[in-house]
Write a protein that binds this ligand. Structure first.
Ligand code: PXG
Length: 452
């Protein structure tokens, strides 16, 4: 990247000399230096070179209410003045965490009225792992230990998060744990072969039953899944998938953990992905949209029946220094107020999501595009060499080429392999959606040109 502002170079030097970045190709980062993001407003970012960029990823899927909301800054500042820190351990509590627990359960599915707070989505899933095993031990079934996840699922980057997830690159770098197994993902475009999407959806769901029987129902504690896989590439399951999974879950005595870290707080046009698909989870992982990413916070929403067992169980030897941090809780409360009072999710559902989905699908006519799919404020564009056979450009890194064109042309789209994905802030307007889709088309053209 060519650099005009001398300060950009200084910051890039700091990156090389002092910073170890998350999820980055270190060699490439050292050679090129990171793009430095310096400010943001609404759905736009600015980098240190003065470029204005439409953030099609809401940060990392989190900035639901958009950047620059004064009310959130104010909520944090006033809570810092009142009570900047206290903890929820050993029989203490504070008002922001308790009021937030109530506010979350007011929007959560019926029958889920307790929340355990964490500092992130990963910690939420660590909590799930320990909570479900503890639950079964309390129920007199301590052998129910195994958790079933999915290949290419993403549940975070702590050891439990990485192990529950199904990312081979993470497993290879110390991210595995005993007692966690995986089944196939419902990714029709990539793995459906000659099956129809509906037939493939049933097949993928049946892998859960197969695995339960293989491991033995008496050994299975829980199944964990994202309603829609986010980091895996915005994988929207075929319509047959969730109904079949529900049928299987109803047959066996195992818990269901819905990881709502991306789908939660409005991304699908409903409060939670489980509302969209009418699922009945026992536990739901939350983070990201809970605070719109303004401050770290995550948690687990727990079904009453599970909470009742835990509440009779004595010590739960688990928790984080920052569980329910008062400043984070105050920001989350204000964020939920904004989502509710400004009817942001209602607008997504009625107006902006249908518009985004309609405009995105116009890209289906592009020669590089094999499929456009999406739902709510989520979208994916599959880049292929041949549409009819869903054949990829092998070994060309087409996704990364496209991502670079996007960045250079004022748009952030993420590449997962050769799948381009978007998840803009929920407050994006129809005019801004036009900007997003027009820029995306331009970058698809540039990518196709570069491949010739
Ligand atoms: N569950 C899901 C479904 C997630 O998407 C986590 C858990 C972990 O949350 P924390 O707060 O611990 O990061 C996530 C996070 C990407 C990307 O590249 C996605 C996530 C995080 C970082 C990058 O798409 N998702």
């Amino acid at each position: 990247m060519s650099v005009k502002n001398p300060q950009t170079r200084e910051w890039q030097d700091l990156s090389r000399d002092h910073h170890l970045a998350p999820f980055s190709d270190y060699k490439q980062l050292k050679e090129k230096g990171p793009r430095i993001i310096t400010k943001a407003k609404g759905v736009h970012l600015w980098d240190s070179e003065g470029n204005k960029i439409l953030d099609g990823m809401a940060g990392l899927w989190c900035v639901a209410v958009g950047y620059g909301r004064e009310e959130l800054a104010e909520a944090a500042a006033s809570q810092m003045r009142e009570l900047p820190y206290y903890n929820l351990f050993f029989q203490t509590a504070h008002p922001p965490a308790l009021e937030l627990a109530r506010a979350i359960t007011e929007v959560a599915p019926a029958g889920m009225s307790h929340v355990f707070f964490t500092g992130s989505g990963s910690e939420g899933n660590d909590t799930n792992l320990r909570m479900v095993r503890h639950y079964w031990a309390l129920k007199g079934k301590p052998q129910k230990q195994v958790i079933i996840g999915r290949v290419n699922g993403y549940h975070g980057s702590t050891v439990a998060g990485a192990a529950l997830g199904g990312m081979s690159g993470m497993h290879e770098q110390g991210g595995t744990l005993p007692g966690i197994v995986h089944i196939a993902q419902p990714y029709w475009f990539g793995e459906g072969g000659d099956m129809t999407p509906d037939a493939f959806g049933v097949w993928a769901a049946e892998q859960l039953e197969k695995k339960i029987l293989e491991v033995g129902e008496d050994n299975v504690a829980a199944f964990i899944a994202e309603p829609i896989q986010g980091a895996g590439g915005v994988i929207i399951p075929p319509e047959t998938y969730w109904p079949k999974i529900k049928e299987i879950l109803a047959k066996y005595e195992i818990l269901f953990i819905a990881d709502e870290v991306i789908c939660g707080f409005g991304r699908t046009g409903q409060w939670f992905g489980t509302d969209y698909y009418d699922l009945k989870p026992d536990l739901m992982t939350i983070a990201k949209g809970l605070t719109s990413g303004y401050i770290p916070m995550g948690g687990v929403i727990v079904r009453d029946e599970v909470a009742a067992v835990l509440s009779e169980g004595g010590d739960f030897n688990h928790g984080f220094t920052y569980s329910g941090h008062p400043v984070a809780a105050a920001v989350a409360l204000e964020n939920l107020r904004i989502l509710r009072d400004e009817k942001i999710i209602e607008r997504v559902q009625a107006e902006t999501a249908p518009y985004l989905q309609k405009r995105l699908r116009e890209l289906n006519d592009h020669p590089l595009v094999g499929e456009v799919r999406g739902l709510g404020m989520l979208g994916a564009i599959e880049l292929v060499k041949d549409k009819a056979t869903r054949t990829r450009y092998e070994g060309k890194g087409v996704g990364m080429i496209c991502r670079q064109f996007c960045f250079d042309n004022g748009l952030i789209m993420r590449a997962v392999g050769d799948t381009m994905i978007i998840a803009p802030p929920l407050v994006i307007t129809c005019e801004e959606i036009d900007e997003l889709v027009e820029k995306a088309r331009k970058c698809l053209d540039l990518t196709l040109e570069a491949l010739k």
